[in-house]
Ligand binder design. Structure first.
Ligand code: SF4
Length: 439
């Protein structure tokens, strides 16, 4: 860091030193290769709520598949979601594509150099608009997110609650006043970089900070107290029970999945059929509680789970199933919800004993709960008897409701699943020895 000059104010010192530090030591990141507005836009949307290290491989893959705004606008939504799979907050991907389509239709495929127009695009809030305008067009617009508010609260020793919208507006004014002439893009990125690398949430690295000399928060010994932020409501815990319904006959080796509605939480993504239990839930806290929650439930609990799951599934879909075993318990926290999900392997109840028996015998059940493993050679040896049983099973097979599908492990590559269900399913395929096929 450099000493202050006679004419320095905390603000001028901050702007100058921060910019110099950034220009000398900025990280090489894939979205910094140029200032193409589309690339800046994609990166800023991906970086919301997500760390840089996590974003990099997703960004590279996404840009390889959708290298231009037109490519993104013209692609099917399912393809976009598939390339977003694992990043979470999937409405970001849908909004990004909706925004890209709007730019393609209204602005000939070029992101407009116009703050009002950019701000009106779907999914583009004040932060993203500021980032695009400053980084891509070098316009003196602030880009203020939680990281930037943390840095400014500390440097200027400000006590406002950063969870309040009025604080954000005040911080945007402050950030705008700090932008050095002609350097909006670099300055805004410098602020983000300082928040990400040095002025971090829990342990700010003040001794390596380029603006430590005049940092009022540090001088007051308050760097770890700031920013002030009212506690958000904790995520609401929910207890859910899911079924891995194993296919038989023509669907041997497959499981039943369904697509979520095209709006709301995890819209349009694929999942296992599951139900919300109508009983109070608590979020397991601490290692012991998490281990206990993940362990195999007592037998009575399993029986009650399975009965409720299969009853509700039949009510909702008309499909009758029988539970075979507890498979796993997983949890996932969304911003407002926490799901604890117990998962049971099940099979469709095909009605008559003959059909059920046929279905069971025609599966490849090496690790599937004690059903004898006949395998292809044995089935062939059974000859006509086997064929008759197969036909009985196929004839008894119920119609799937809309949005449901049988998939094998290979099809996991084509459909987009939220992390929770992807983990459950891949663990399941591994547990039954179903390997990833090539290609
Ligand atoms: S001196 Fe410390 S608290 Fe102040 S801006 Fe730098 S890292 Fe943050």
């Amino acid at each position: 860091m450099n000493p202050t000059t006679k004419t320095d104010t905390p603000a001028t010192y901050f702007s100058r030193e921060l910019l110099a530090w950034y220009r000398a030591s900025k990280r090489t990141l894939p979205w910094r290769r140029d200032r193409d507005p589309y690339r800046v836009w994609v990166s800023e949307i991906m970086l919301q709520q997500t760390r840089v290290d996590t974003v990099i491989p997703y960004y590279e893959r996404f840009m390889a598949r959708f290298p231009t705004l037109e490519a993104l606008a013209e692609s099917p939504e399912a393809d976009v979601l598939k390339h977003w799979e694992g990043l979470g907050y999937y409405s970001r991907a849908r909004n990004l594509q909706a925004g890209a389509r709007e730019v393609a239709e209204r602005y000939g495929g070029r992101v407009p150099d116009d703050k009002a127009a950019v701000s009106s695009l779907k999914g583009v809030g004040p932060y993203t608009a500021g980032a695009i305008m400053s980084i891509a067009f070098n316009r003196p617009e602030p880009a203020v997110d939680g990281n930037v508010m943390r840095v400014l609260s500390r440097y200027f020793n400000r006590d406002e609650d950063i969870a309040k919208p009025s604080t954000r507006i005040g911080m945007e004014k402050l950030a705008a006043s700090l932008i050095p002439e002609g350097a909006a893009g670099d300055f805004n990125q410098a602020l983000m970089e300082l928040g990400a690398l040095v002025c971090t949430p829990r342990t700010p690295g003040c001794l390596t900070c380029p603006v430590m000399v005049l940092c009022a928060g540090r001088l007051a010994g308050r760097e770890t107290e700031l920013p002030v932020k009212a506690k958000a409501k904790p995520p609401k815990p929910e207890l859910r029970v899911a079924a891995i319904i194993e296919g038989a006959g023509a669907h041997a080796g497959k499981v039943l999945v369904r697509q979520r509605p095209d709006s709301g939480l995890l819209a349009s993504l694929w999942e296992l059929p599951h139900v919300l239990l109508d009983e109070p839930a608590v979020k397991p806290r601490g290692r012991e509680a998490k281990l206990a929650a993940a362990a195999q439930p007592p037998v009575e609990r399993q029986a009650a789970d399975a009965a409720e799951l299969l009853r509700r599934l039949e009510e909702e879909t008309g499909l009758r199933a029988v539970a075979r075993r507890w498979q796993a318990t997983e949890e996932h926290t969304f911003s407002h919800l926490h799901w604890l999900m117990r998962v049971y392997a099940a099979e469709l109840d095909l009605g008559g004993d003959a059909a059920r028996g046929a279905a069971a015998r025609l599966r490849l059940p090496a690790a599937r709960g004690g059903v004898p493993n006949l395998g292809a050679a044995s089935i062939a040896a059974e000859g006509l008897a086997g064929a008759a049983l197969y036909e009985a099973a196929a004839a008894a097979e119920p119609q799937l409701p809309a949005g449901y599908a049988w998939i094998g492990r290979g099809q996991m590559r084509e459909l987009a699943f939220p992390n929770l269900f992807a983990k459950i399913l891949y663990d399941y395929w591994d547990s039954i020895g179903e390997e990833e096929d090539e290609g």
